[in-house]
Ligand binder design. Structure first.
Ligand SMILES: Nc1ncnc2c1ncn2[C@@H]1O[C@H](COP(=O)(O)OP(=O)(O)OP(=O)(O)O)[C@@H](O)[C@H]1O
Ligand SMILES: [Mg+2]
Length: 281
């Protein structure tokens, strides 16, 4: 587990991307990463890349290693072997705080938000705006929240104000809040581990819209979902994990949903992805 000791504020600040960096460097790269838990290979020799403004769909059965991969990226676990690069820089000992300083944010179905707290507190949780001298600038935090609600979250209901508690939001609105918060704090990589779990149809649509918004904001995302329709409708590229290894990787636009479903079935049966025969018309 990532231990959070030792980083100074200056060191964490130095991890932030600088404007001088070229924009076309991969946001993320994993090279030959493996991770075992008491002899069980949760991940084996996994290599993958993520480009700026790309949404990567990560699919695979229960226990395939998806969450383990995410936990390596968020500094929660360390790889046994292999390397992780953020924007071309190799990171030897990623911790939860370092990952956050690098601009990695995670959105889960549960756990992401403080239920009983006002929206503005949730937006600024852990990163409050303060006046000179450290006093909380509540007025400014309310003002920014109100703007984000209207402009980014598309909240039009007059009932919802920055002082509404999260308890009053639908599941889709909650995911929206978590994603907008990540974008507001300039996350470069937003990881969504089954964000649509337990959402109604219309809330799911809203959540998927927020994922698309990540790409239009020029940021990248890794999107995990058991529903292939969801993955297909938002991902630029899909990586299939099967028992800890990458079984296939392909661009979404090259396949129809039917073809993709057939591929998934095939991988589940054989453990690998074979390029389906293309129609020549
Ligand atoms: N902390 C841990 N200790 C021991 N084994 C673990 C631990 N975390 C994960 N594993 C094992 O590693 C494998 C991969 O688990 P992981 O949670 O990454 O799968 P997943 O693809 O996210 O599955 P799901 O779709 O069910 O969420 C599983 O066999 C799991 O039991
Ligand atoms: Mg999981």
């Amino acid at each position: 587990m990532g231990d959070d000791n030792g980083e100074t504020a200056g060191e964490l600040e130095a991890l932030r991307p600088s404007a001088a960096e070229p924009g076309d460097v991969d946001v993320l790269e994993l090279r030959h990463v493996s991770k075992s838990f008491s002899g069980v290979h949760a991940l084996h020799d996994v290599s993958l890349r993520l480009a700026p403004a790309e949404v990567l769909g990560l699919v695979g059965d229960n226990g395939a290693g998806k969450s383990t991969l995410i936990k390596l990226l968020t500094g929660y676990h360390r790889p046994d072997e292999g390397s992780i690069f953020f924007r071309g820089k190799k990171l030897n000992n990623l911790t939860v705080r370092r990952a956050r300083a690098l601009g990695v944010e995670t959105v889960y179905q549960e756990r992401a938000l403080a239920e009983q707290q006002a929206l503005w507190r949730n937006i600024f949780m852990g990163r409050p705006l303060t006046h000179f001298g450290g006093v909380l600038d509540v007025r400014e935090m309310r003002r920014v929240t109100s703007r984000l609600m209207r402009e980014s979250m598309g909240f039009t209901s007059a009932i919802l104000t920055p002082d509404t508690s999260v308890t009053g939001l639908s599941g889709g609105e909650r995911q929206g809040l978590a994603i907008v918060r990540a974008l507001h704090f300039e996350a470069d990589l937003i990881i969504l581990d089954e964000p649509t779990m337990g959402l109604s149809l219309s809330e799911t649509e809203k959540c998927l819209d927020f994922v698309r918004r990540i790409r239009s904001a020029g940021k990248s995302a890794i999107f995990i979902d058991h529903n292939i329709f969801h993955i297909y409708s938002v991902a630029d590229r899909i990586v299939i994990l099967d028992r800890g290894s990458i079984a296939g990787e392909f661009e979404t636009s090259r396949y129809t949903l039917d073809e993709l479903t057939a591929i998934m079935r095939d991988v589940a049966a054989t453990g690998r992805f074979a390029e389906p025969k293309r129609r020549t018309s």
